[in-house]
Design a protein around this ligand. Structure first.
Ligand SMILES: Nc1ncnc2c1ncn2[C@@H]1O[C@H](COP(=O)(O)OP(=O)(O)O)[C@@H](O)[C@H]1O
Ligand SMILES: [Mg+2]
Length: 225
C-alpha cells in the first residue's frame, strides 16, 4: 500500500524557489489501477519520482507498505526500487544498440542475482506483450508501440508488485496507445498495482480510479469501475 500525507516538493534554483507539490494526500491500495491526471508542468513526473523512491519529498510523509520512506537509507531505497517497482517512461528509455531481449534482461544484469532461467523468462515476457517474433530486434527496428512493449517487459523482469508509468502513451498514436493501455489492464487483472500519470483524460479514463491534481494538490478523485 502507498500512502501520501501532506507531501510537498519544492525546487530551488538560484534564488528562485518553485513549489511544485503543495501538500498531497492520497492512498493507493495493492492491486489497484490508478491514473494520476494533471496538465503538463504541474508535477506529475516529480510525483512519480517520489513514488518510485528516486527522489525524496521536501516535507510530509510517504508510507510504502507501512514503511516511512524518509527513514530508509539508500540501500533500502534501491532494494524497494529494484524488487518492488517497474518503471515505464514516455520515451521508452531502451538501449539503442541492444536487442529487445537484452533490453529486457538489463535490470537483472545490474542486480546481485542473475537467475539461470533469465533468458527464458525474458523471452516469455516479450511473448506475453506480443513480441515473440521480435526478440532479437533492436529498438530502431521496432515501432513506437513495440518499443514501449519491450519497456513494459523490462519493467516486469523482477516481478514487481507495482508498475509506475510516466505518460506511457505520450509518444504513441491512438492505436498503439490503446494496445499499451490494454496491456496495463491485463497486468492489473493479474494482480499488479498499476499507477499511470498522464495529462490525457482519455488515457486516465481507462484506469479504475483517477486522482486529479491541480495547483500542486489533489483536486478530486473519481472511481470508474
Ligand atoms: N530538478 C528540478 N529542478 C528544478 N525544477 C524542477 C526540477 N524538476 C522539475 N522541476 C519543475 O517542476 C515543475 C513540474 O515538473 P514536472 O514534474 O516535470 O511536471 P510534469 O511531469 O507534470 O510535466 C516544472 O515547473 C519544472 O520546471
Ligand atoms: Mg512529466
Amino acid at each position: 500500500m502507498i500512502e501520501f500525507k501532506d507531501v510537498t516538493k519544492s525546487f530551488t534554483s538560484g534564488i528562485v524557489k518553485t513549489d511544485v507539490l503543495k501538500g498531497l494526500n492520497f492512498r493507493i491500495d495493492k492491486g489497484e489501477f490508478v491514473a494520476i491526471m494533471a496538465t503538463s508542468g504541474t508535477g506529475k513526473t516529480t510525483l512519480l519520482n517520489i513514488l518510485g523512491c528516486l527522489m525524496k519529498a521536501s516535507s510530509g510523509s510517504y508510507l510504502f507498505e507501512g514503511r516511512d520512506i524518509e527513514t530508509l537509507n539508500d540501500d533500502q531505497l534501491s532494494e524497494i526500487r529494484n524488487k518492488k517497482m517497474g518503471f515505464v517512461f514516455q520515451s521508452f528509455n531502451l538501449l539503442e544498440k541492444t536487442s529487445a531481449i537484452d533490453n529486457v534482461l538489463l535490470p537483472l544484469v545490474y542486480s546481485d542475482v542473475y537467475p539461470s532461467d533469465a533468458e527464458q523468462k525474458a523471452a516469455k515476457l516479450l511473448e506475453s506483450v506480443g513480441l515473440k517474433d521480435r526478440i532479437n530486434y533492436k529498438p530502431g527496428e521496432l515501432s513506437g508501440g513495440q518499443q514501449q512493449r519491450v519497456a513494459i517487459a523490462r519493467a516486469l523482469i523482477n516481478d514487481p508488485a507495482f508498475i509506475l508509468a510516466d505518460e506511457p502513451t505520450g509518444n504513441l498514436d491512438a492505436v498503439s496507445a490503446k494496445e499499451i493501455m490494454g496491456i496495463f489492464k491485463s497486468l492489473h487483472s493479474q494482480g499488479k498495482t498499476i499507477i499511470v500519470v498522464t495529462h490525457d483524460i482519455n488515457i486516465a479514463r481507462q484506469a479504475a480510479r483517477i486522482i486529479f491534481l491541480k495547483d500542486g494538490k489533489v483536486e478530486k478523485e473519481e472511481v470508474l469501475k
